[in-house]
Design a protein around this ligand. Structure first.
Ligand code: FAD
Length: 500
């Protein structure tokens, strides 16, 4: 149907229905604001359709296959066969259930939904182009706008996502047959999660990373455990190398890589010294040396960039920063009082829960409530094997911030529950301020780290002390006892580990 160019008005216009935008719209609806949510693709955004949820579904399925095939020690004899098309169909079912839930929740909260692509016409209106050719467009005038257009995967020179053997994370999660071999470019959290999935399903995985270790930004002992487990799954790491191009080969493709100049590698790593991991994995090759890898597919997972270039932001009088992000204050406001930005488009950390919280705050500020953002306890999880969960400050960060940090640690090998799951590698580390006892942060690597970290997030948010967490009775036998034990260890009276 050709709708023509009609104009409608709304109190709050939200652009993008990912976890930042749809949460903002629902919260604004709950606050009795007149809300319109525009989405060009699918409700739920990257998170529900191509990110958090599909990747976690595939991680679970790959874990089931891997664990079943490796449970001889527990007396379970199984030889699982993987049907990737069926697995992807199951994953799609999970996604469909959630995305239709998002649509219903928005409608149920009185949100007016428009399908189409929005771009600013001026500071108080957007033009929304509906679907394909001849579908028409409409103009929506707004009192307030919330930009929640998210991010897209970064392409690197020589690797276009339009080429069939080159995969983005989105493509990798939609494959219907398992590649025999894959080169993964990038050992950040997305590269590591997907490498682990494919390695567990039986693909021969080589990870090419320009830095000298996995998971940039995490502490060395955390990275070491993740890297070692990945290596034990057969993942081959080539650190200190960049991928420079690919060509068709007799059977699949050939991916060319170059060793980084030492100085460039250190610069890319934020100036840190090159460490031994690269030497272990790459050997003593001369810098600049080329090396090729044969594979069926190449997955490029080198990071994500904000979607700000297709919004005609100039018309709204907003200028993104040099990295393309929209800068905001602690109320999610942009340089224009009545326009807000939330989620990936508003900067790091590019995580779904950070975007959702910002969405809630933006809606509440528009409704006149005294809301503001509190970034001190934003957790992050990496769903590798084992998982990583972090929140708040590391010991070094606490020192830098002027605290006298005290650290308590509990190894999962001392946890009865971890031993009964057959997965006892890793630790819980808690960081607190020695003078006040306030809990400042945690770094957890091991089983269910993504869940366990929530306890410390709550402790930080509530201003709890080590004593508060240590004296809380925890269920036995659970992994959560490890959090209590780490706090007891920091206090010098741990029961199941020797105190330092
Ligand atoms: C493989 C992968 C795994 C991930 N795993 C996790 C995880 O485990 N935990 C976690 O916290 N985060 C994870 N993330 C990151 C998470 O997906 C993002 O942080 C989150 O989706 C950001 O939410 P958002 O609302 O800002 O944007 P998005 O989810 O990207 O949503 C933006 C929406 O805006 C729409 N849009 C864009 N431009 C327009 C326009 N002009 N008009 C109308 N609509 C528009 C898009 O179609 C999209 O639906 C993962 C990401 C990937 C890729």
């Amino acid at each position: 149907m050709v709708v023509g160019d009609i104009a409608t008005g709304t109190d709050v216009l939200v652009i993008g229905a990912g976890p930042g935008g749809y949460v903002a719209a629902i919260r604004a609806g709950q606050l009795d604001l007149d809300v319109t949510l525009v989405e060009k693709e699918a409700y739920g955004g990257s998170c529900l359709n191509h990110g958090c949820i599909p990747s976690k579904a595939m991680i679970t399925a790959a874990d089931v296959a891997h664990e079943a095939g490796n449970a001889e020690e527990m007396g379970v004899h199984a030889d699982p066969a993987v049907d990737l098309a069926k697995m992807v169909e199951w994953k799609d079912g999970v996604v469909d259930q959630l995305t239709s839930g998002v649509e219903k929740l928005n409608k149920g909260n009185g949100v007016n939904l428009i399908e189409g692509r929005a771009e600013f016409a001026d500071e108080n209106s957007v033009r929304v182009a509906h679907g394909g050719e001849g579908q028409g467009s409409e103009t929506v005038e707004f009192e307030h706008a919330i930009i929640a257009t998210g991010s897209r995967p970064i392409e690197i020179p020589g690797f276009s996502f339009d080429d069939e053997p080159v995969l983005s994370s989105r493509d990798a999660l939609a494959l219907d047959s398992l590649p025999d071999s894959m080169v993964v470019v990038g050992a950040g959290y997305i590269g590591m999660e997907l490498s682990t999935v494919f390695a567990k399903l039986g693909t021969d995985v080589t990870v090419v990373e320009m830095l000298d270790d996995v998971l940039p930004g995490y502490e060395d002992d955390v990275k070491r455990i993740v890297r070692k487990r990945a290596e034990s799954l057969g993942i081959d790491f080539r650190f200190g190398r960049t991928a420079s191009g690919w060509e068709e080969a007799d059977d699949g493709i050939r991916v060319a890589t170059e060793a980084m100049e030492e100085e460039a590698a250190a610069e890319a790593d934020g100036g840190s010294e090159a460490r031994s991991a690269s030497d272990e994995s790459s050997g003593d090759e001369p810098r600049g040396a080329t090396e090729t890898f044969d594979a069926d597919k190449v997955l490029v997972a080198v990071g994500r960039q904000p979607v700000t270039d297709t919004l005609n932001l100039e018309a709204a009088g907003i200028e993104p920063n040099d990295d393309g992000f929209i800068e905001t204050d602690d109320r999610a406001r942009t340089e224009k009082e009545h326009i807000f930005a939330v989620g990936d488009v508003a900067g790091e950390p590019m995580l779904a829960h950070k975007g959702s919280k910002e969405g809630e705050v933006a809606a509440e500020v528009i409704a006149g409530e005294p809301a503001a953002l509190d970034y001190q306890a934003i957790p992050a999880a990496v769903f590798t094997d084992p998982e990583v969960g972090t929140v708040g400050l590391t010991e070094a960060e606490a020192e830098e911030a002027g605290f006298s940090p005290v650290v308590g640690q509990f190894p999962f090998r001392a946890s009865g529950r971890a031993l009964t799951t057959g997965d006892s590698e890793g630790f819980v580390r808690v960081v607190a301020d020695e003078d006040s006892g306030f809990v400042l942060g945690a770094q957890i690597v091991g089983p269910e780290a993504s869940e366990l970290v929530a306890e410390i997030g709550l402790a930080i948010e509530m201003g709890a002390t080590l004593e508060d967490v240590a004296s809380t009775v925890h269920t036995h036998p659970t992994l959560a006892e490890g959090v209590m034990e780490a706090c007891e260890n920091a206090l010098g009276h741990a029961i199941h580990t020797l105190n330092r």
